[in-house]
Design a protein around this ligand. Structure first.
Ligand SMILES: Nc1nc2c(ncn2[C@@H]2O[C@H](COP(=O)(O)OP(=O)(O)OP(=O)(O)O)[C@@H](O)[C@H]2O)c(=O)[nH]1
Length: 320
């Protein structure tokens, strides 16, 4: 019996053959479901999601680990018609991301017709020579099979019209999980062979500051409509363990500034007698403690940076 042991041992060099690793990103109009799909694939909540468009400002990476592959997902903001300096920078960021990744997947929400905005994007993608481009019909749980069939044909036609051959067209629902694994496997199939890029089990390589900022941004946007999402920037000044704490009772100070463009917006964030700001603090502190793994004292301030979206100097200061 003991003689068989060497036969069952795997040779690490052989195991590396066939392993695939690389980068993919989702593109698509605002609200197409890109962040939700990233979360469904990663299996943990990393990217910010919201029912309001254009909340994902940073290229957030989620890692998908399987026994024979590692897929790094880069979540980009939606490409849109630039209206100001911030809009132009976001679009540049999107294009730069497309060039860097191994695969691009374009999301088409099934509850919306394929429109001029989508076709504009498809045409842009057709310019990416030799890069596999997948089409993903998202939110399939919201539509009937008939409507879905029409949607898939429209996606196919949009590709043909722009001279783009989809690598695959995959219907998925991030909400009920249908076909999420299939999409994962199809994305992995497009990756080059290579060893893992990150340690096993890691979900994101975003610095803690970015994750903390995203959590606060999400909490601050909760329940407020209008143009506020575009006027809000969160900057984490510092995350420092407090000194001289009693044994076994660590506390970390997290100092954060929330920037808005106008005094009226400051009022919205703070709320009557500071009620909203306290809620934002309480909600995000619980999540920050999970991210950092220690009890946290959250020092949250709201400041006005007049018209920061139009001012290149302020944009730089706020990290754009
Ligand atoms: N029913 C249903 N809703 C979904 C699904 N995927 C996303 N949604 C919802 O659609 C809205 C937009 O989803 P996001 O993932 O934030 O969309 P996004 O493309 O990342 O949006 P931006 O960050 O604005 O570019 C949210 O309200 C989601 O809950 C899905 O599979 N089914």
């Amino acid at each position: 019996m003991g003689d068989d042991i060497t036969d069952t041992e795997t040779d690490p060099t052989e195991e590396a053959v066939g392993f695939r690793s690389g980068f993919a990103c989702f593109v698509g109009r605002p609200n197409a479901g890109k962040s939700t799909l990233t979360n469904a694939l990663v299996g943990d909540k990393i990217a910010i999601t919201s029912s309001k468009p254009q909340t994902t400002r940073h290229a957030i990476r989620g890692l998908v680990h399987t026994p024979d592959a590692q897929l790094v997902l880069v979540d980009t903001p939606g490409l849109h018609r630039p209206r100001n300096t911030l809009g132009e920078r976001l679009n540049d960021l999107v294009r730069a991301t497309w060039t860097d990744v191994d695969t691009v997947a374009m999301c088409f929400p099934s509850d919306q017709k394929v429109g001029p905005g989508d076709k504009y994007l498809v045409k842009e993608l057709a310019g990416l020579r030799r890069k596999p481009v997948l089409a993903v019909a998202t939110k399939t749980d919201l539509v009937s099979p008939d409507r879905l069939a029409q949607h898939l044909m429209a996606i196919h036609a949009a590709g043909e019209e722009a001279g783009l051959r989809w690598q695959d067209i995959v219907p998925v629902s991030a909400v009920d999980g249908s076909q999420v694994e299939l999409l994962r496997d199809l994305l992995i199939a497009t990756l080059p062979q290579g060893s893992p890029l990150y340690p096993d089990g890691q979900l994101t390589d975003e610095p803690a500051e970015t994750l903390v900022a995203e959590v606060i941004r999400e909490a601050a946007l909760e329940g407020v409509r209008d143009e506020l999402p575009h006027s809000l920037a969160v900057v984490v000044d510092e995350i420092v363990p407090r000194e001289d704490r009693p044994e076994g009772k660590p506390l970390t100070d997290v100092r954060v500034n929330v920037y808005v463009e106008r005094d009226s917006q400051k009022g919205i964030i703070i709320g009557k007698q500071g009620v909203r700001l306290r809620e934002i603090g309480a909600t995000s502190r619980r999540q920050i403690e999970k991210i950092l793994g220690v009890p946290v004292y959250l020092d949250l301030h709201v400041k006005v940076a007049k018209d920061w979206q139009r001012d290149p100097k302020q944009l730089r200061k706020l990290g754009f």
